[in-house]
Design a protein around this ligand. Structure first.
Ligand code: UGA
Length: 708
């Protein structure tokens, strides 16, 4: 009987049996099965739980797959209407329904249709035996995916093959035998209508967004086909991983994958985690780094802390941190620079300890990775992956802790989506080839990790070992949990080196050194304090600013002698000398001018409306020291400035007695100066003033004469 076309198709659809092989449920297998599931495709997995007998897949091998398949399809060998679809699983993604797959198979006119690729492998010498193809078509057979009628497929598999022999070679030989080829109705999908092998095909394919579904599709741009089954054969696994971030309904504007298979954290049964802090280079803002660690929302009795350092500069801070907090953690240990472990050994030590403590996970955090949100650990756990990292980047830069692609030598290459991910124009969880700085690894991946490599650093070695083991490294920017500090050009030979990093770490610097109430004062509705006429009073810098700057000056110790002769000045003469050190002398002049521009100028514009000078100029920026046995006060004078700022560096009444500033014309004094607060007043003409007597202790103030 003749059935209608439509009926025939739906019947055929039921007749497609999909087989794959997976001895282990790797991340690749999970991805494959997921892709089948989203298109309602049922898959029979062969070999699950069995030992892989197909040899090392870096070399020829894979006969084992064929032997498993032969046995599995034997029951269908006499069913001419049954169709067998076979694919690999670790590096394959299905991107359409069976209807579409069937349609394409039918159009091909083949009885068995194999995927095709650009390389003749494993026996190159057979290349010339292949039929010619036109233009950019793929000439050679790939055994990672094929589809055919059951009797023909069974006939294709009848010859015996060793488990360790090469399945691709086996099929190639049959294909190259013209009689067998004709008899079995064998064809290659040379234009990638149904199958796309990715090795050697980088320029043949393009990831597109289907505007209707807002989902990714991979197009073969040579033939304008949209292949249904994508295979990251051979060396193209990283490419498949990258495309896979957008294929098979992982993404439709929002990350769908991120909402699947999440782990429910049970408060009474939280995983045990080894927290491995790695200090492998001198880093600025180490105290903030440790604060970030302290802010982790996780019971410390579930955390085994290990801090590794090969940087003497940080050893003391590490020791005191561990000593202070050791009791709270399940265990707490450190290895310092004096232990002379190199970075590779340090990371290995952390991993060994995690095994020893039977931790469920290890959470590596490098000292340049600042955690800004204590939920990071729980949120990573929830994503339920063997390896997952939060994406951290340097403020206002494209430098981040992941790579989207690899160069040929295994180094950094920019991926099409890298910038969008770093800028969070794309938000989700991405399978990437390289991650550093902060990542959570599940114990199932511990054994795959190696930090050793003849050429790569430990980070690159680890990532390569994970890639080779087929463990996916996911990087998530679902939330911003922290950032990287910039450790480039960090000079630990100066006193209080953090203070010198305004240009390289503007935001961290601001957080550490600017008064927490600073921004409030920019608000027009905020009334500015005015202790004397036209003398304004602002909260500008933090205690850390004052302490570090005083420490820098005291370490330099080049205080002037208080005489009128001052060779630091152009004329060599100072009419109203103080005991001081200029910012120039400690290498901070340029930084201080930037500070004036960024933080002082906006306040000035509030205090003295209509005066705009950007950037402010200042030839004299200096710290003054008043003490009873040196210079305790300063006689009345005018400043050679349009306006002057005077920031108190320490505490009146505690660090010293007396002191303050008296404005003579108004008979008004400010004596209760506050550490970190700034007085701002006109310099010439009206604000004739004097420095009041310090009777005990030392008073430090930081002065600038602006727009002289
Ligand atoms: C694929 C083909 O299977 C090879 O026949 C072909 O020669 C090769 O592409 C190529 O074009 O270079 P490949 O993708 O490199 O091989 O290898 P894998 O994906 O690592 O292994 C093939 C499949 O065997 C896996 O996808 C998986 O389905 C199965 N397998 C492999 C296991 O089930 N367990 C293993 O331990 C290894």
């Amino acid at each position: 009987a003749v059935t209608s076309q439509g009926d025939a198709e739906s019947n055929w659809n039921d007749k497609i049996k999909v087989f794959t092989v997976a001895t282990e449920p790797t991340d690749g297998y999970t991805r494959y099965i997921r892709s089948a599931r989203v298109y309602d495709i049922e898959v029979t997995t062969l070999g699950l739980g069995e030992e892989w007998k197909g040899g090392d897949m870096q070399k020829p091998g894979g006969g084992f797959k064929l032997n498993l398949l032969r046995e599995a399809i034997a029951p269908y060998k006499n069913e001419p209407e049954t169709i067998i679809l076979f694919t690999d699983s670790y590096d394959v993604i299905i991107t359409t329904t069976l209807d579409e797959i069937f349609e394409k198979f039918k159009e091909s006119g083949a009885k068995i249709l194999f995927s095709a690729e650009k390389y003749c492998w494993p026996d190159k010498s057979l290349a010339n035996d292949y039929p010619e193809v036109e233009g950019k078509a793929s000439r050679f057979l790939n055994s990672g995916a094929f589809i055919g009628y059951a009797p023909q497929v069974f006939a294709l598999l009848v010859d015996p093959i060793e488990d360790t022999a090469d399945d691709q070679l086996y099929f190639t030989k049959i294909f190259l035998d013209e009689t067998k080829r004709a008899k079995l109705g064998l064809k290659l999908d040379v234009q990638s209508r149904l199958f796309q092998n990715l090795h050697g095909a980088k320029n043949d394919v393009k990831l597109k967004v289907d505007l209707e579904s807002n989902q990714g599709v991979l197009q073969n741009v040579d033939f304008m086909t949209t292949p249904s089954i994508i295979h990251g054969n051979g060396l193209s696994k990283v490419d498949l991983n990258a495309y896979g971030n957008y294929l098979a309904r992982t993404f439709n504007g929002v990350c769908l994958l991120c909402q699947e298979n999440l782990l429910d954290l049970e408060e009474t049964n939280l995983p045990v985690i080894s927290l491995a802090l790695m200090v492998t280079q001198p880093v600025p803002f180490f105290d903030q780094f440790l604060e970030g660690i302290e802010s982790l929302n996780y019971p410390k009795e579930k955390l085994h802390l290990l801090i590794y350092s090969n940087v003497a500069f940080h050893d003391d801070d590490i020791k005191s941190f561990v000593n202070k907090h050791a009791k709270e953690y399940a265990t707490a240990k450190f290895a310092l620079s004096t232990d002379e472990l190199d970075e590779r050994q340090g990371r290995q030590l952390a991993l060994d300890k995690a095994r020893l403590h039977q931790s469920d996970y290890i959470f590596f955090v490098d000292a340049d990775a600042h955690i800004d949100d204590g939920e990071v650990l729980r949120e990573l756990l929830r994503l339920n992956k063997q390896f997952v990292a939060p994406i951290f980047s340097k403020h206002k830069e494209l430098w981040s802790n992941f790579w989207g692609a690899l160069s040929e030598g295994g180094y950094y290459a920019r991926s099409h989506d890298y910038v969008d991910i770093v800028k969070r124009e794309l938000i989700g969880m991405f399978n990437v080839p390289h991650v550093t700085s902060i990542y959570l690894v599940k114990k199932t991946a511990f054994d795959a990790i190696s930090f050793k490599h003849k050429e790569f650093d430990p980070d690159m070695a680890m990532c390569e070992s994970l890639r080779n083991a087929g463990i996916f490294m996911y990087a998530s920017n679902l939330r911003i949990f922290g950032h990287l500090v910039n450790a480039d050009d960090f000079n630990t030979t100066v006193t209080r080196p953090d203070f010198y990093t305004l240009f390289s770490n503007e935001i961290d610097w601001t957080e550490k050194y600017i008064h927490p109430n600073y921004s409030l004062q920019l608000n027009e509705s905020n009334k500015i304090q005015q202790p004397c006429p036209d003398v304004y009073w602002f909260q500008i810098v933090s205690d850390a600013f004052c302490d570090d700057l005083v420490a820098i000056m005291e370490a330099h110790n080049g205080w002037s002698d208080g005489s009128n002769n001052d060779n630091r000045l152009e004329g060599g003469y100072e009419a109203v000398p103080t005991r001081d050190i200029h910012m120039k002398q400690v290498g901070l002049e340029r930084l201080y001018l930037k500070f004036l521009q960024m933080f002082v100028r906006p306040l000035q514009e509030r205090a003295f409306t209509g005066y705009f000078h950007n950037p402010p100029r200042a030839l004299m920026n200096f710290m003054v020291r008043y003490r009873p046995d040196e210079q305790p006060s300063l006689r009345p004078h005018h400043d050679s400035s349009t306006y002057t700022i005077n920031i108190a560096m320490n505490r009146a009444g505690i660090d010293y007695q007396g002191g303050g500033c008296r404005f003579i014309r108004y008979n008004c004094s400010v004596t209760d100066t506050k550490k970190g607060w700034m007085l701002m007043h006109p310099g010439r003409l009206t604000h004739y003033h004097e420095g009041l007597l310090v009777t005990n202790g030392t008073r430090y103030i930081m002065i600038s004469f602006i727009d002289p």
